[in-house]
Design a binder for this molecule. Sequence first.
Ligand code: R5P
Length: 304
Amino acid sequence: MSRRPQPELELPLRRIHTFKDSERFARQLARALGEPVSRIAEHRFPDGETLLRVHPPVARDAIVVRSLHDPNSKLVETLLAGDALRRAGAQRVTLVAPYLPYMRQDMVFSPGEPVSQHVIAKCLGQAFDDIVTIEPHLHRIQRLDEVFPCHAVGVSSAPALAHWIQRTGSRPLVVGPDAESEPWVRAIAAAAHLPWIVGHKERLGDHAVRIRFPTLPSCTRAVIVDDIASSGVTLAIAAQGLLKQGVAMIDAVVVHAIFATGALTHINAAGIRRIVSGDTIPHPTNAIRLAPLAAAALTTKKGI
Ligand code: R5P
């Protein structure tokens, strides 16, 4: 029996697929791009494995939005989503991961450790054609595509943070807690036309750091900026150092609101008046929308 050739199905051009925990960011991104968004269905088996289902229509150019904080199970599910979309007909699959984990372990610090950054970059880079993230924690490399085998860009949050700081008025001093933050702190301060300094930080343990600041220029208010707040100890110790030098008001802005248990109590007890975060990780402190920056990077394919 001869089969008649099937007409090729017309796929929509671009569509966003997201998980329940990243839906808010995905909707902001969809609004900025003018694209539709749909939720990936997740089923958790009794043994802890996950079955995903992507809903049609799947576009030629499919975008998965998933923030990868609390990463271990999310990484596996995100890889499965990439596979599901390709099997359903997507020709190009992009991952937008507002928070990209495991970037800090970028070398063997003590014998016997893995280079987690390379492992995660390899897995995600093989599963996706493009990766866009916001403010990845890069220390010994400058650009994501130095370790990702696919096109990968990190978007700078500096313009959005500068805008937020500027709106709060009173010309604060912008403070970075460590030397590695200098280019980013400088970019925020330049965009907001504000003075800046960075400290010198030594990490002594998961919950212990030492920070030394240079003599501060005269100021009554400082805004500490950091890419991540995890245990909260960096912000707390930085605030104590600034208070000692006579700064009366201290606010803090972080990009990724990881906030481990007890972090906020620690931060508030250190005298930080107000703490806000970007919306890469859903948290009550979210005050700065970063999806428009990710949308711009998807359009231009350029990042930091
Ligand atoms: C480290 O270099 C990062 O920029 C952050 O300062 C750090 O991850 C914050 O962690 P924690 O809140 O645990 O001090």
